[in-house]
Structure formats: structure tokens, C-alpha cells
Design a protein around this ligand. Sequence first.
Ligand code: WT7
Length: 651
Amino acid sequence: MSEIAVYKVPESVAANTFCTEGQYRDLYKQSINDPIAFWSEQKNCVDWFRDPQIIKNTSFSGEVSIKWFEDGELNVSYNCIDRHLPSRANEIALIWEGDNPAESAKVTYGELAREVNRFANVLKSLGVKKGDRVTMYMPMILETTYAMLACARIGAVHSIVFGGFSPDAVASRLDDCQSSFIITADEGLRGGRKVPLKANVDAAIVELAASTGRSVDTVLVVRRTGADIAMTKGRDVWYHDVSQDVSDHCDPEPMKAEDPLFILYTSGSTGKPKGVLHTTGGYLVWVTMTFKYIFDYKPGEVYWCSADVGWITGHSYIVYGPLSNGATSLVFEGVPNYPDASRFWNVIDNFKVNIFYTAPTAIRALMREGEDFVKATDRSSLRLLGSVGEPINPEAWNWYYTVVGEGRCPIVDTWWQTETGGVLISPLPGATPLKPGSATRPFFGVKPALVDADGNILDGATEGNLVLMDSWPGQMRTVYGDHERFIQTYFSSYKGLYFTGDGCRRDEDGYYWITGRVDDVINVSGHRMGTAEVESALVAHEDVSEAAVVGYPHDIKGQGIFAYVTCKAGVEPTDQLRSDLVKWVRKEIGPIASPDVILFAPGLPKTRSGKIMRRILRKIAENDTDSLGDTSTLADPSVVDDLIRTYRVAT
Ligand code: WT7
């Protein structure tokens, strides 16, 4: 085995950090040995209207109940805005960089307060009440952040649907959380292309009515491109109309710590996406504290996370974590390669970005374009880099470190999930020596463990399934409307433990190396896709009789989507059908679910009880057919040879 490089904490970083190696060890120890004392103190990173006395009340067994700071009261928008006003009203809260490089804006905390208060009053005037679910289907514009904070201000629960998802996805999420209020924009803009958001919402509402009989009361539309769009009388309203006469002041609603803050849908290994529910107090403490320590954020610095707010990364580390810390957070509407592959680095130069947080898939895509696009830029403002979404391969890590960061910037490789609310495993820049490809060590209060298939906890340097032994404040509380599914999904594999769905290795230094999902979830460009979801989209097509979907290694995306499709009798498997199916899946779910490969299969390998053996399908998709393993339990082993032959012909 080749020597693994270790990058020590640079002295200059250690000299100016919130947390040195020694402090990390002490604080971590305290957080595990005496969580109550630890969190009694750390909860003060946010302002409480009513200070909680009951710190932790959590159980991973039986009915699974997770409550943090339950008798406390607070408001998230107050924490992200009002509490900074005495000292930071004229400091920049948000920098917006448009898809078009000629468009940008800066918003101070004072201006943010005004905009969010106004947005909150608009919501109220349209009848939105505390506890109502507000669906958002938005581009990356400032109003998206205003709307999120406005919901938080009045106690409404936002449910953001990524703007790249299809009308069907919007409809099923509207239905699942019984939401009848939507915020959208006329169109989105990405990479010079327009995204018909409002038209998609209209289609989603038609779909919702057709499939459930339900309707939507209000569609609040923000003008972005000025496109000529259809407005339905009595239902659709323009934000710029209804906001004209509202007041600049709206009192923040005192919320109980365990009141819901938002729902965010994410794919699992079975069924349709689940509504991950995050609540108010614990979530805010978690994102506030992780943001401060992991990015080692100092007042005045410019921070940029390139994610979309439609994902948890955007919720926690574009909006709530940074703003709760009074940081300057950059919101980017565009894509990494438009107008060209220097875009990220130009934005960094223009706004003197100090901390940059992105995904391995973007790094790999830019790496492929060559160093010149990076070297044409200055980047001297950068001092810290971050990675999130999937394991970062050492080549990409090294390129990010040497070419982008010029060997000067530590990389925080942050492991977490939609369900965890914020980062759980990551280096702290001033405390943790780095190893490329490792998320390194647990954050305060996080107790990871590795288990074997029977749930035995494994010691020392080893490999297994990653579980968490105890609750942390940012943890999801339930699957919205389906607590049983919450228990089933996360707490039934191993008794009393939260199962992450990830495989992981721990080395002799206690560093964690995430190896990827061990369930039927594919990680495409850092986004989660359930194989079952893509399969059910495929079999909904009239020519398809059966489909099985697996992930396979993809140079840029990390994993690609490989679909085995069996056609109905009499249907000719043509190239035309193949491209129709790709279009079909894009329409049913969204472009991120597009299969990269469709292999028409005469039959699928099944056990005698009819279970598809995905292990074999994965091997074939990986073109690793020499080690298929035991195929003797198959009902018809010859199916495998047919598949391999078909694969060879097709590739
Ligand atoms: C899954 C969660 C967390 C926000 C973005 C994705 C994978 C995430 C890392 C990392 C290795 C990672 C895991 C995890 N993942 N970050 N730094 N190293 N794997 O959120 O869509 O909920 O996906 O992403 O497999 O379970 P998500």
C-alpha cells in the first residue's frame, strides 16, 4: 500500500483558530462524557427568548423520540437577522452573483431585515399561518432566502423542491405534506438557459388535481426574467404587487424548540422520497456551531457555498448556519462552467472570497478542463476550501489543494446527510491534520461506530457500516407524517443505533473514510437518487415490462445511473426507445435522474423467490464480470450470460 500523505495543520492556521488540536480533544471528550453539561453551555451560541432547562431527551429505541432543548423558545429569523442589527446592520449579509456575470448585488443585514419582514407580512396577508406548509420551487435568487427566513419568522414550515425537479415531483411533495401555498418565480436562469418554473408549477397543480383531487390556494410569483407567463385569477399573485403596501416590521413568532422549521424531501432505498423533518432549536444550534468551527469563520470574511438551496447543503450552509453567525454568504445563481470554466475562480476574485465550499463532482468537471482556467485567476483571498456530497477521490483532492488552493488552504471534507441537519464528521482547520479522501474525525457530540452485518460494534482499525450511537441536536426528528417509516428506515437495521446507509473504514488514527452507500441509493453528482424511484418511473412507461437500476463508477458524477430494461412482448428495443426512455425519466423525476446507460435485457437475474440479484447487475454495470460470485441460487443462471453478451455488444 502506498504511503498516505498527511497534511499537518499549518502554523498560521493554528495561530488564529477557534479550536486547536488540544481544544478539540478536550471539548470532544466533554461532549461525549457529559453531553448535558456540554450542550447547556453550547446552546448559548443562539439567542433564546426562553432559555431551555431540559437539554436532552432522546431515545433510539422503541418509538424513537428525539427532543433537544424542549422547553426553550426562540426564532430562527431573529437569530439570523435581528440579533446582528445592533452591531452589523451595515455589514453585508448576502452577496448575490447572477447567472449572467454582469449581474450581482449586495445586501446588508439592515436591508435583509427589511426584506424578510416585508416578505413575512406578505405571507401573513395571504393567509399563511404558523404551522402551515409553504412549498417553494425557486431559482437561486435573493427572494428565496427572504422567503425561507420569512417562513421561519412567522412559524410557517417551508418545503423546498429543487428547481431541477419535474412537475410530478412538485405534485407529489405538495400532496405528501398537504401544502396549498407555493412560492415560485416566473423563470429560473442557469448556464444561460431558462427554466420554466411557473409553467412547471401550473403543470404540477394539474397533476395534483388529477391524482388526488386536491387544489392549491395560492401561487406567489417572484419576477426573475420578466417572461410572459400565465397567471390564474384568484390563485396566482405577483410578489411585486402584493408587497407594495406591506409594513417593514413583523414580530418574530416565539417558537418552541421542537416546532418544525422545515421539511426537505430526500430519496431512500425504497418507495417515494421521504419528508425529512427538522425542528427549530436543535437544528439552529447545530448549524450555527458547525459553521463556526468547521469553517473557522471570523467576522468580516466572505464565505461561499456553491450548492443550491434546494438541497440540505443550501439550507444549512448558505442560509441558516452562515446568517446565524452574522457571516457574509454568497448566493450563486449560475453553474461552474458558464460562461467558461473560470467562473468559480472569477467570482472568488471579484468578491474576495475567503472560504469556498463545493462538491467533488464540480471539482472533477473543472479539473478536466485543465489548469489554465484556474491559473488565469488570482484566488489569493482564499484561505479555506470545503468539500461535500460524496467521497472525494485523492486525485480531485490533490488538484483542489494544489491547483486551486496553491497548497495554502486546508480542505474540510465534510460528511453528513439531509437527515443529520449539518456536518457530523469533518476536519477542523486549526485542529485536524488532513488525509486526502478522509472526512477525518467526528464533530463535538457525535458518536460514530462501525458495525458488521449482525450489528456487532467493531473496534480499532476496521471497516463496516457506519452508525451513530447517540443523538445530536441537528438530527431529523421524523419522516413527515410517517413516524413508522422513520423508525423502519433508520433504527431497524441495528437495535438502538441510527444507521446512516453508508459503508466506512476507520484507520489506525481513528480517522473515518466513507466508502459510499451500502443500500440501494445512488449518489449522482453528490445528489441522492433511489434506484427504486428510477425503476418505478421506467416501468410506468407503456413499453417497459421490468426495470432494474444500479449505480456504476462515473468519472465526473461519481456514480452514474445504469438501467436494465426489459420490454413488453412485441416491443422492439430500439435506439429511439432508449432515448424516449431517458426523456421519460427526466419528465417523471427531473434531469438529475436521467439514466446514463440503458441496457435492454431479455431477462433479469432473479432468485427462485423472484428477488432481483442486484449484486450481479452492479458487477456487470461496472464491467467486472470475472468476480460475479455465486450465481447458483438464480432461478435461471443463463440470464447472466445473456446480459453479459448484451453488455459487450452495447459497449
Ligand atoms: C450521502 C448523503 C450532506 C449534504 C449533501 C448530500 C454522501 C455526503 C460526503 C463526504 C463521503 C459523503 C454519503 C451520505 N456524502 N458527504 N464528505 N464523503 N460521502 O446529502 O443527499 O442527504 O446525501 O452523501 O453517502 O450518506 P444527501
